[in-house]
Design a protein. Structure first.
Length: 289
């Protein structure tokens, strides 16, 4: 079976200005999981439909731990996107990943503690596989697009997700390096978990803005340096989305993630909470209806 591509983009507030979507329109989509970060901008790049959502809201008003990740993924699912590409600033935990370079993340270590990390719960229990949290097909396309846009790209990397909003201590940074972490950020989880529960293939391109605090001979992470690199990378990130849309095959063939919930819901039908089932209409309606 095949489908038409409809790419959901989750990124920083400034990215939407550089995307130059054709037929762009802002749409406020409601979610039963609360308020998303903001409206979804719908449009096209060439023949590919695109939906953009600013993760931190207009003007970067929502801190990482307060982002309603469930609502954000839910509204993209309601918009009927087929795949999700996340663009995110990251810190480097490796000397070979220099500030200004991009990483196509393929694994996560989740150190977040204060975030709703599942659409499911009492009354409707589900267990999806997350062994490989990133869609390899989308990651390949996104990585190729980043290179075409002029990015210095590292394919593969383990992302350590922390709550923030503070940056790491030096001891934490050394610990994450010992765990084989390659990059660090504050937004990749539970975003990737929730995309899998929503049966949305997910890939992340991280933009390294700094070396994390493992270099004892240097000062720690400074937000002014981070913002400077982010501004420098904004045009490459926007061009990456354009190159991605240009490179996609005409038809989208299905991948296993499209049916990740097929056997994941284990609560018996007569034991399911009707209210929760109603809230799951977009995320899991395919298997619950």
């Amino acid at each position: 079976m095949s489908d038409n591509w409809f790419i959901g983009i989750i990124g920083g507030s400034g990215l939407s200005e550089g995307l130059e979507l054709e037929e762009a329109q802002e749409v406020a989509i409601k979610s039963p999981f609360g308020e998303p970060s903001g409206p979804v901008t719908l449009g096209r790049i060439g023949g590919v439909r695109v939906a953009f959502l600013a993760r931190h809201g207009q003007g970067h008003r929502v801190p990482p731990s307060q982002v309603n990740y469930r609502a954000n993924i839910d509204v993209l699912k309601r918009a009927r996107v087929t795949d999700v590409l996340a663009l995110s600033a990251i810190g480097s935990l490796r000397e070979e990943i220099a500030p200004g370079e991009f990483v196509a993340v393929d694994q996560f270590i989740d150190r977040t503690t204060s975030r709703e990390n599942s659409f499911f719960g009492p009354g409707c229990v589900a267990h999806v596989s997350l062994a490989d949290p990133v869609c390899p097909r989308l990651a390949q396309y996104a990585g190729d697009a980043a290179k075409a846009a002029g990015a210095a790209l590292h394919r593969g990397g383990t992302y350590v997700a922390i709550d923030g909003p503070q940056f790491s201590t030096r001891a934490e940074s050394r610990l994450y390096r010992a765990w084989a972490g390659d990059v660090i950020g504050m937004t990749g989880m539970p975003e990737a978990r929730l995309a899998r529960e929503a049966e949305l293939p997910y890939a992340m391109l991280g933009m390294a803005t700094d070396y994390d605090s493992f270099r004892d001979e240097e000062a720690g992470v400074d937000v002014t340096d981070v913002l400077s690199i982010m501004r420098d990378n904004a045009s490459i990130a926007a061009q990456t989305v354009v190159e991605l849309c240009k490179s996609l095959p005409a038809e989208r063939s299905r991948v296993p993630i499209d049916t990740a919930l097929e056997h994941a819901i284990i609560t018996a039908p007569d034991a399911r909470d009707p209210e929760l089932v109603t809230r799951l209409d977009a995320v899991a309606g395919r298997v619950l209806s």
